[in-house]
Design a protein. Structure first.
Length: 456
């Protein structure tokens, strides 16, 4: 890319760059064209943002960032995208994000990606390679390999990133860390985490189908949907309404079930508070495993090594309506959260967290909570999930769920789905080599061959 003088921005020395910026700042806010491209946006300027996948959840995410300029919209289903088209009538419209990124060029500073999971990685990587800031819905990727690749690429490109697990901005997440680091329940060696997905409150009907095989009929593709682009890098299969819209989450080729959906939300405060990295092993069991879809319910156990002065810890995950055993410390008059919850087990007590994403923590029993003298608030409070990312794009301050946090967590979480898909049992994980060491055949589930011409 070249600047206005026609010389390459890469040839401007750091000393010359800083001196020029300081001189300009004495008179006015420095516009991004002077600072060298779309990654340099002054705090007083609005970002030019493009949406990739703008129906449903994508529309919600765009509303979260519409304090900036929404300049381009991309969706393979223009019927689903109609609401976003009406809300942002001046935004240019595309079906293929690759065409959008090529044509828009420097007119885009950042992208918001809200496609089905199997497109997250290829869309994010395409944007990162063009030096765009990236907000991507959770789970960050569909495969373990993709998560590692995105983490490294974003770090090298120095773009601002955020994964869409909004709970990381909750007050509860700060309280969990402050209380645990204060020693409220002592050393934590065990955590129970659950979600009822794909059921609702542990009952039918399902949010999306799991435990089924591929349909055999082949209805016509709706005129408003580009099925080939919807499939993206996934293996080809005929269109069927069993996959779209949103029903894709339970199919192995497109999603990762309750663990990839709510597991990312509910495990995030655990990873953050306990400073977790990669697990050393994963062990899973489930209802019947199907070739095409995730099982109806599963249990996954993650083993993490000691970190600094924190001891080794075991994380127990359950989904499909299964929940952790009721702790004896919980009063009979209080209900266990059925939809989403956590229990931190310390050597001096327990903490129950109700709601998704670490919403409402309490020490149990209630008498212990009332007697606990809470420490001063020592952690910065969030300015808002979307606002964090916008600020990161403009000022370089890291967002709470940047890919440096979200990537390694996604890797670890998706190892659980790998273990389930491999039939359960125990997998030993070598994170440095990015390899399962005791069952080589399970490594086949860390990634898959993309359909041509898609690449990462």
């Amino acid at each position: 890319m070249t600047n206005q003088s026609g010389t390459s921005d890469n040839n401007i020395s750091r000393r010359r760059f800083m001196g020029h910026a300081a001189a300009m700042a004495a008179f006015t806010v420095v516009p991004r064209r002077v600072l060298g491209g779309p990654r340099h946006v002054a705090p007083s300027e609005k970002l030019n943002i493009a949406g990739i996948g703008v129906g449903g959840r994508g529309g919600d995410n765009l509303r979260g960032v519409e304090s900036e300029k929404i300049v381009a919209l991309c969706d393979v289903d223009w019927q689903s995208a109609a609401g976003a088209f009406r809300r942002y009538p001046d935004a240019r419209r595309y079906r293929d994000f690759r065409e959008m990124l090529d044509k828009e060029g420097d007119a885009i500073d950042a992208v918001v990606i809200s496609t089905p999971d199997h497109v997250h990685a290829v869309a994010s990587m395409a944007a990162i390679k063009k030096s765009k800031h990236v907000y991507c819905e959770k789970p960050l990727t569909r495969t373990v390999h993709e998560a590692r690749a995105l983490t490294l690429a974003a770090r090298q490109a120095k773009v601002a990133t955020q994964m869409g697990n909004q709970g990381m901005a909750f007050e509860g997440n700060r309280l969990i860390k402050e209380w645990l680091w204060d020693g409220a329940i002592g050393d934590v060696r065990e955590v129970h985490v659950w979600s009822d997905r794909p059921t609702h409150q542990g009952k039918l009907p399902l949010w999306w189908a799991q435990g089924i095989e591929r349909p055999t009929d082949t209805p016509a593709v709706p005129e408003h949907l580009d099925w080939d682009l919807w499939l993206g890098p996934a293996p080809y299969r005929p269109y069927h309404p069993a996959y779209v819209p949103f029903r894709w989450r339970g199919w192995w080729d497109f999603g990762s079930g309750g663990l990839g959906d709510m597991g990312i939300h509910n495990l995030a405060p655990v990873f953050s508070a306990l400073k977790l990295g990669a697990p050393t092993s994963v062990c899973a069991s489930s209802t019947a495993v199907y070739e095409e879809t995730l099982p109806l319910a599963s249990t996954v156990h993650y083993e993490f090594p000691a970190r600094g002065d924190m001891p080794a810890v075991t994380i127990h995950w359950t989904d499909g309506g299964l929940i952790a055993a009721r702790p004896p410390e919980l009063e009979d008059s209080r209900e266990m959260p059925r939809e989403d919850g956590l229990i931190f087990v310390g050597d001096k007590g327990k903490m129950l967290v109700t709601g998704w994403g670490g919403h409402s923590p309490r020490l149990i029993p209630e008498a212990k909570m009332k007697a606990y003298r809470q420490p001063p608030k020592s952690l910065p409070r969030s300015i808002g999930h979307y606002e964090e990312w916008i600020k990161a794009c403009k000022e370089g301050t890291p967002a709470e769920s940047s890919f440096d946090f979200a990537g390694p967590m996604t890797e670890a979480v998706l190892l659980g789905t790998v273990c389930v898909r491999a039939g359960g049992g125990k997998l030993l994980w070598d994170s440095r080599a990015m390899k399962i060491t005791n069952r080589p055949e399970a490594n086949n589930h860390l990634h898959y061959p993309y359909r041509q011409p898609w690449t990462l």
